[in-house]
Design a protein around this ligand. Structure first.
Ligand code: SAM
Ligand code: SF4
Length: 321
């Protein structure tokens, strides 16, 4: 059976308040000009067209989505498209303390938060500019606001944050779902030395106690989840490098500059902004989306070439993860 393509990721900005070492260079990435970014009205028009083509879940990402002014109002705009639409956000959490309640009230359902270390010094080194305390405040605010289940994304880097024990302890105590993500070595694998396979992390975790495999709830993405005895939360593994998930891929992406991609590895994607700018109705974006979804159904679920990661020419902060 064809995989239903029902999930849209919207990158609302390429800007970020952190500089994670696996995502961005220390000096940051040349920011897009204001005029080169899709307005919220344009993105909402695109989202409406996508929903009419079968999209049921939308995730806002970035860069850091909460650094773009008006992100809460944009959530409200999206929530108005269809009451059944599920809305989520991927964030580094630094600004969640300020916005969690407003986001919930605007119609956001849940949050994925990047949190790569629970040690203040390592967190500071990994994010280059971040403070662990702010991220933890953000995590607790999201839980208190009811933006659950909160999932934590941990990109594992060898010798830096590859001990699963602190996260296992966190998932024991609070209801969070930690996902260890394999580092994807972009840009000529300059930092391939950081790579740790997901299986290796799982073996390390098994030393902390018996792992019970739990069924991954619908819409939780391509991770396998486990629970350590007595724990409130779970631990999952997302292994885009050792276990490619193209056959189950249900994603459509649009970047802040209005390029639509049906695959993370698409080179340029399809330019949408020019089609929408100037108040086009739904028919043109619909036609483009349907054409691309059809192409993805036809040819998109094949395993990518082994060097696909090295051919990606954009930063993750622009693609949106
Ligand atoms: N700023 C938000 C955040 O950090 O959650 C959203 C954008 S960020 C680009 C989205 C996701 O991409 C994050 O969960 C991050 O862990 C992931 N990511 C970025 N670079 C990566 C890499 N080289 N390998 C694996 N995941 C990566
Ligand atoms: Fe910013 Fe997210 Fe990239 Fe970190 S992973 S630099 S928080 S966009």
């Amino acid at each position: 059976m064809d995989q239903e393509i029902d999930y849209l990721r919207i990158s609302i900005t390429d800007r970020c308040n952190l500089r994670c070492i696996y995502c961005m260079p220390a000096e940051g990435v040349q920011a897009l000009e204001h005029d080169d970014i899709m307005s919220y009205e344009e993105l909402a028009l695109f989202a409406r067209a996508a929903v009419s083509c079968g999209i049921k879940r939308i995730r806002l990402t970035g860069g850091e989505p909460l650094v773009r002014k008006g992100a809460v109002d944009f959530v409200r705009m999206l929530a108005g498209i269809d009451p059944g639409l599920r809305l989520s956000l991927t964030t580094n959490g630094v600004l969640l303390n300020r916005y969690a309640e407003e986001l919930k009230e605007a119609g956001l359902n849940r949050v994925n938060m990047s949190l790569d270390s629970l040690d203040p010094e390592t967190y500071g080194m990994l994010t280059r500019t971040g403070r662990l305390e702010e991220a933890l405040d953000g995590l607790h605010s999201a839980i208190e606001a009811g933006l659950e289940p909160v999932k934590l994304n941990v990109v594992v880097l060898k010798g830096i944050n590859d001990d699963p024990a602190p996260f296992a302890e966190l998932a024991r105590r609070i209801l969070v779902h930690v996902r260890f993500i394999e580092y994807m070595p972009y840009f000529g694998a300059k930092n391939g030395k950081w790579f740790v396979p997901g299986d290796e992390m799982r073996s390390r975790l098994e030393r902390s106690g018996e792992l019970e495999e739990v069924e991954s709830p619908e819409g939780w993405g391509p991770a396998n989840y486990y629970r350590l005895g007595g724990a409130l939360g779970t631990i999952g593994f997302i292994s885009p490098v050792t276990c490619h998930f193209c056959p189950g891929c249900n994603r459509l992406r649009i970047s802040a500059e209005g390029r639509m991609k049906t695959c993370l590895f698409d080179h340029d994607g399809v330019e949408i902004r020019g089609e929408i700018r100037g108040g086009a109705d739904l028919s043109r974006p619909r036609e483009i989306i349907e054409g691309e979804l059809e192409r993805k159904r036809r040819e998109g679920h094949k395993k990518p070439p082994a060097d696909a990661y090295l051919r990606v020419t954009d930063h993750m902060s622009r693609i949106g993860g």
